[in-house]
Design a protein around this ligand. Structure first.
Ligand SMILES: *C/C=C(C)/C=C/C=C(C)/C=C/C1=C(C)CCCC1(C)C
Length: 281
């Protein structure tokens, strides 16, 4: 008798911890679901592309393509789970989709970022081919800053809906390492970019713009509750927005890295058909 009550008590506790989802119009529900599904497909397709594309670039750049493949592999898995969590959080009732009582799991996103954001920075530093002494310290400080940024953002993200002060405090703390990362990318890596062939320089600049446009969106979405965005519209906008940014910041970014690596390989005398002009690769 006592045992029979355990599951419902446990479920109540879980529901209390998770996020209570706003009711959605079927079109809103489907838009988010389809965005997640699109992301799963894109991440896995990108994974296959990055694995295969490695043979098209010089061996020394292959490690950065392997890291690209890891990033989209991890993200594809998490999007698959996020999509399942979204399905579980809603039930159709009348003409609407309403909260099922099973919380939508936002932690998948943060765990995903914790793994993928440092890896995205690793990709960038690897493809820059800095001297070993410099790349090691650059990787350490960028990865640490990225982990700190995500870890301090999370307590604010999961703070109770009305608790703006907690959200703002953690958001402000998390912005410090974020600004530091941007500073390193724009100031310190600037000189290194200038030493690259002109075609690669254009790609590096595009990549930093892509980075700024996509990474810059995450803190903006995080701030939505500060300016009064709540309810169904806000939920849909944030989920679809994060998804678009993730696809661009992971798969799109990896394609840019591939292009940079290909141009650098050719410039360094490596060629796809094996008739290398020079042998310094
Ligand atoms: C693939 C996922 C990426 C590139 C995620 C990037 C995430 C951020 C740049 C998040 C930044 C945040 C702040 C700067 C402050 C508020 C909390 C965060 C974690 C949303």
């Amino acid at each position: 008798m006592v045992l029979a009550e355990v599951p419902s008590a446990a479920m109540g506790a879980v529901a209390a911890v998770g996020k209570v989802m706003p009711s959605l119009h079927p079109n809103q529900y489907s838009l988010v679901f389809n965005a997640f599904s699109f992301s799963v497909a894109t991440m896995f397709a990108a994974f296959v592309f990055f694995v295969i594309a490695q043979s098209r670039i010089a061996p020394k750049y292959r490690i950065s393509m392997m890291v690209s493949a890891l990033v989209v592999g991890i993200a594809g898995y998490h999007y698959f789970r996020i999509m399942g969590s979204w399905e579980g959080a809603y039930v159709a009732q009348g003409t609407m989709y309403v909260f099922s009582g099973k919380p939508f799991n936002d932690a998948y996103r943060y765990v995903d970022w914790l793994l993928t954001v440092p890896l995205l920075l690793v990709e960038l530093v690897l493809v820059m081919s800095l001297p070993k002494s410099k790349s090691g310290s650059m990787l350490t400080k960028l990865s640490l800053a990225a982990a700190l940024m995500i870890a301090t953002g999370y307590p604010g993200e999961v703070a109770a809906a009305g608790d703006i002060a907690t959200r703002a405090m953690w958001g402000a703390i998390s912005t410090v390492p974020f600004v530091y990362i941007l500073y390193v990318l724009f100031k310190e890596l600037g000189d290194t970019i200038a030493a690259h062939p002109p075609e690669a320089q254009v790609l590096f600049r595009n990549m930093r713009l892509l980075l700024l446009a996509t990474w810059g969106f995450y803190p903006i979405a995080y701030m939505a509750p500060f300016v009064g965005f709540t309810g169904a519209g806000a939920e849909v906008a944030v989920q679809v927005g994060y998804t678009i940014c993730d696809v661009l910041a992971k798969a799109g970014y990896g394609v840019l890295i591939y292009n940079i690596a290909r141009i650098k390989s050719e410039n360094e005398g490596w060629s796809l058909d094996g008739t290398a002009k020079a042998s310094h690769t």
